[in-house]
Design a protein around this ligand. Sequence first.
Ligand code: ATP
Length: 238
Amino acid sequence: MSPLLEVTDLSVAYGAIEAVRDVSFVVEAGQIVSLIGANGAGKTTTLRTISGLLRPRVGSIRFDGVEIGALAAHNILNLGIAHSPEGRRTFGRMTVEENLLLGAYTRDDKAAVDKDMRNVYELFPVLGERRDQKAGLFSGGEQQMLAIGRAMMSRPRLLMLDEPSMGLSPIMTQRIFDTIRELQSQGTTILLVEQNALAALALSDRGYVIDLGTTTLEGPGKVLLSDPQVRAAYLGED
Ligand code: ATP
C-alpha cells in the first residue's frame, strides 16, 4: 500500500530564492509526523506547497498514490488535505460557528457536519460556550483552537498544522498537544510543523529535521529526541 503522503525531492523557490531544496518525507496513514527545524528552514513553504498555494519547482507530492503537485488548492482540499496555517488566520468579524462552518463549505452532508461541529466543541469546550461570539475577541490560544477546529471541519484525511503552539502559554500548549493525540486516536493523520521540537517529537511516530531548506535527519520521534545533534541544535543542549 502506498503511504498517505509521499514528498520526494521537493524544491520550491520564491523567484530566485530557493526556500526548499530536495525535501523528502513520508507520512503513513494514522501517523503523526513532525517537521522540525530553525526559523526560515522551509517548513511553512513545504506545507503551503502541499496545500497547492505554491508550486513545486521540482519534485513530486503524492497523496494516496496520486500526484497532486499541479492541482489547484480547492482540489487538494477536496481530496482530503486540510491546513491550519501559521498565525491562525481566523475571521475576526465572524462568529466561532461561522468560522467552523467555513471549514465545511465543500461538504453537503449536513448531519455529519453537525456531528463534527459537536466533536470540535467537545475537544474545545470554550468554543462551544462562545459559539455565537466574534472570533476577533478571542485570545491567541482560543483562536488557535478555532483554526484547528476549522481545519477539522473539512473532515480531512490529512490534517496539516503549522506551529499550533506558537505564542501559547505552557498550559494551552499542552491542551493543543493533547488534542492532536486525541485527533490521531480518532483516525486523523497529522503532519505537524513545530518550533517546539521537544513536545512535537515526543508526540510523533516519525520526525524529520529540515535545515536550510533540506531534510537532514529522520527517524522515529523518540529516537530523534535522544539524538545528540537534535538535542544540541533544537533543544538548547550542548
Ligand atoms: P518559520 O518557522 O520562521 O516560518 P520556516 O521553516 O517555516 O520558518 P519558511 O517560512 O518556509 O521557513 O521560509 C523558508 C525561506 O523562504 C526563508 O529563507 C524565507 O525568508 C523565505 N521566504 C518565505 N516566504 C517568502 C516569500 N513570500 N518571498 C520570498 N522569500 C520567502
